[in-house]
Design a protein around this ligand. Structure first.
Ligand code: C5P
Length: 234
């Protein structure tokens, strides 16, 4: 499927049936799809393989965070499923990230590894509660340093930090931004939200969008709205 669609749709569904019903509604769109914990735990690797076999670029968002050997082996298993890109937590530290890098680079698939920095649901107060006194932006930059030293292909961060990451590391890294909402949409549980236009303007490569599209009565029209806003200056 086409590589230039900037939307990664979060398939946050309880089972394959619900995810497939949604995919049927948008079958004319070449969106990339994100399989997260809910769907992966319900349906397992078979469903990921089916999505890849059907031509979807799958973003496997399991946000891995464990000891280096465990994460590296899990990344290898995920890579063998044919996933396009997957996530691990930069908070796991350089040893964990480098172990994953080595393992995936030695496997025949070219799965991209992107490091999650600070979840877009975390604000300053939430960070303080877990003992992190840095601002979300300072934390993202610190974690980005660790991620790029450890040869990650890219980062997941909120649109609010993208410009700073681009200024420091240039155009090469892949930057994926969740927490994307049109002005008229509900924020739900997201704290650091931005519009598609703001995300693209700041230098993001891909936007992850879930509920505003998956809960829409007309998902194709919602997708088009998001793409139009993203492409405002094309
Ligand atoms: O429905 P919504 O657009 O808020 O979905 C956002 C998706 O992006 C969810 O699947 C969530 O797990 C994911 N995500 C996030 N913040 C991150 C990384 C991933 O919201 N930092």
């Amino acid at each position: 499927m086409s590589d230039n669609n900037p939307i990664i749709i979060a398939l946050d569904y309880p089972n394959a049936k619900a995810a497939n019903e949604f995919l049927c509604k948008i079958k004319d769109q070449s969106c990339k799809v994100k399989v997260g914990l809910e769907l992966f735990i319900a349906e397992g690797p078979k469903f990921v393989e089916q999505l890849s076999a059907a031509g979807h670029q799958v973003f496997l968002d399991l946000k891995l965070h464990d000891i280096p050997n465990t994460v590296a082996s899990a990344c290898k298993s995920a890579s063998n499923l044919g996933v396009w890109m997957m996530t691990l937590h930069a908070l796991g530290g350089p040893k964990m990230l480098l172990a994953a890098r080595e393992m995936v680079s030695a496997s025949p698939q070219s799965t991209k590894l992107v490091a999650v920095t600070v979840l877009t649901s975390m604000d300053q107060a939430q960070l303080s509660r877990v003992g992190i006194q840095n601002t979300p932006a300072e934390s993202v930059i610190k974690l980005a340093e660790i991620a790029f030293e450890s040869k990650m292909d890219g980062l997941v961060c909120s649109a609010q930090e993208v410009a700073e990451v681009r200024a420091a590391w240039g155009s090469q890294p892949i930057i994926v931004t969740p927490g994307i909402r049109m002005q008229s949409d509900q924020a739900h549980d997201q704290s650091r939200v931005a519009t598609p236009r703001q995300a693209r303007g700041a230098g993001s490569d891909f936007m992850v969008v879930g509920r505003p599209i998956t809960s829409s009565s007309n998902p194709l029209s919602a997708i088009n709205q998001y793409i139009e806003d993203w492409s405002f200056d094309d």
